[in-house]
Write a new protein. Structure first.
Ligand code: FAD
Ligand code: NAD
Length: 479
């Protein structure tokens, strides 16, 4: 094994492994250093996303959705079944099978593309070199033409509710529960809280979510967030805003949580408590003091728009740098960085990164929200189309929510799209493509959409921007 590479990547998550594969595809000699090993000492690639994030959470969301459909909705279609029961062990085994398949797939891709996989903990040292420490404490120094740091993130802890991995758990623990807790508390009504709270709610838990902020999903378009809050409430998620958790103590096999809100002090008892209050960059002990790398005030590695750190030939991508903590954002950064190393002028359009909450219905967004446009003083127009007027959504018995499209009042250029509703992630993705091509709302309005599809709701929202929708009464006068 050579200790000299064109590219050394630290971290085999979706940012790092994609960068490594792409670098090898571009003909660069590439190594990927990953510290995560399984119980047999074999490297585990895929990072948070494949092992304890995107993929296992979606596997449980899909299983629990099917269960809830069978229990609550099949009868609407005239399908009569005995009350279904859930085998949590089988559900978890299926989830693990999906994870194992994907993680094994990445190892296969490394082999196929000629990426060298190195097990150990990487550290950037001066001169763009990487020091790797293995499990036995042995150190090797890799000479790297370029270093890409993709060490990811870890959950934030809060002092009133220290995670004990038994009763008080983080997202990883919440993905591994072996039985359905009768009462589940969740601190944080953000993305993880809503997704994992939904999984266990659908399976029968009584779920109480304690959220510090007064506003629900403040980063989302507030019209969409309000609609989502109504839907989640109907599903039985008890979301309590404006709460301050003051303590969590395990007593007689249950967690007693104390919190305060505008009405005063309260306490609740839960079988399990999930702490989901955000994630922070894993930037400790990752570089030597003379490496030339610096951190911003929140602990993210400081980079410019091209993911270049302040040290020559050292880049950082994914959750460890500014921007949304999303797998696809990190992967795109990985591709941009290695293409630039290979001499291309690749850039990322950071204004066009979609985000999704995989509840049912999904909540998805790209671009500016209405409140952002107002704050920025942008003159905009909005088109909204409810799924209640979509033939396909009604046929599918899945007609909650709406599509909202925002466009510049003068140029008609699409500025944002926000959806709560069935297949919101895929619908927003259509608008991401349109935005990437600099499309106007009229371009979408003039596009032919198949019938009957959920996509027609995007078409109608685009038509509604100028008061031309067909299947709802337009508020604005046709011009
Ligand atoms: P990570 O995936 O965290 O990977 C970093 C890797 O680096 C790890 O494998 C780690 O072991 C390794 N490493 C760290 N330090 C070192 C070192 N010094 N030496 C060697 N190796 C090191 N995002 C989405 O886009 N969609 C979703 O649906 C979604 N769902 C999520 C659900 C949950 C429950 C969670 C927790 C996250 C979810 N995310 C989702 C976020 C997504 O998982 C992250 O944005 C993504 O994994 C970040 O990728 P990354 O490569 O930057 O870091
Ligand atoms: P988040 O930022 O989405 O939500 C955290 C929530 O906790 C916020 O609403 C915040 O106000 C609240 N909070 C913070 N401190 C609190 C406290 N002391 N008491 C009560 N509430 C408190 O973070 P998350 O849900 O932990 O997810 C972490 C990251 O992982 C996110 O940034 C997200 O990008 C990523 N992720 C993405 C997906 C997805 O793309 N579908 C899924 C899961 C996670």
């Amino acid at each position: 094994m050579s200790d000299k590479y064109d590219v050394v990547v630290i971290g085999g998550g979706p940012a790092g492994y994609v960068a490594a594969i792409k670098a090898a595809q571009l003909g660069l000699s590439t190594a990927c250093v990953e510290q995560w090993v399984d119980d047999k000492g074999k490297v585990v690639l895929g990072g948070t996303c494949c092992n304890i994030g995107c993929i296992p959470s979606k596997a449980l969301l899909d299983s629990s959705h099917k269960f809830a459909e069978a229990r609550d909705r099949f009868a609407h279609h005239g399908i009569e079944i005995e009350s279904p029961s859930i085998d949590v062990a089988a559900m978890q085994a299926r989830k693990q099978k999906v994870v194992t398949q994907l993680v094994g797939g990445i190892a296969g891709l490394f082999k196929h593309n000629g990426v060298t996989s190195i097990i150990g903990t990487g550290k950037v040292i001066a001169g763009a070199k990487v020091e790797v420490t293995d499990a036995a404490g042995e150190q090797t120094v890799l000479e790297a033409g370029n270093v890409i740091v993709a060490a990811g993130s870890v959950p934030v802890n809060i002092p009133p509710a220290p995670v004990d991995n038994e009763y008080i758990i983080d997202s990883t623990g919440a993905l591994e529960l072996e039985e359905v807790p009768a009462r589940l508390g969740v601190i944080g009504a953000g993305v993880i809280g809503l997704e994992l709270g939904s999984v266990w709610r659908r399976l029968g838990s009584e779920v109480v979510m304690l959220e510090a902020l007064e506003e629900f999903l403040p980063m989302m378009d507030q019209q969409i967030a309000k609609e989502a809050a109504k839907i989640f409430k109907k599903q039985g998620l008890d979301i309590r805003l404006g709460t301050r958790v003051t303590g969590a103590e395990v007593v007689d096999g249950a967690v007693q949580v104390t919190y305060s809100n505008a009405e005063g002090e309260h306490s609740e008892t839960f079988d399990k408590l999930i702490v989901a209050v955000g994630r922070k960059p894993r930037s400790e002990e990752l570089f030597s003091s003379d490496s030339g790398i610096s951190l911003d005030e929140r602990g993210f590695i400081y980079v410019n728009d091209f993911c270049e750190t302040e040290a020559p030939h050292v880049y950082a991508i994914g959750d460890i740098v500014r921007g949304p903590m999303l797998a696809h954002k990190g992967s795109e950064e990985g591709i941009m960085v290695v293409e630039r190393i290979a001499g291309k002028q690749t850039q990322i359009n950071y204004d066009c990164i979609p985000s999704v909450i995989y509840t049912h219905p999904e909540v998805a967004a790209v671009g500016k929200t209405e409140q952002e446009l107002k704050a920025e003083g942008v003159d905009y127009k909005a088109g909204v189309f409810p799924f209640a007027a979509s033939g396909r959504a009604l046929a599918a018995d899945d007609s909650e929510g709406m599509v909202k499209l925002l466009a510049d009042a003068e140029t008609d250029r699409i500025l944002g799209c926000h959806v709560v509703g069935p297949s919101a992630a895929d619908l927003v993705q259509q608008v991401v493509i349109a935005m990437e091509f600099g499309s106007s709302a009229e371009d979408l309005a003039l596009t032919v959409f198949g019938h009957p599809t959920l996509s027609e709701a995007v078409h109608e929202a685009a038509l509604a921007v100028d008061g031309h929708a067909i299947h709802i009464a337009n508020r604005k006068k046709r011009s």
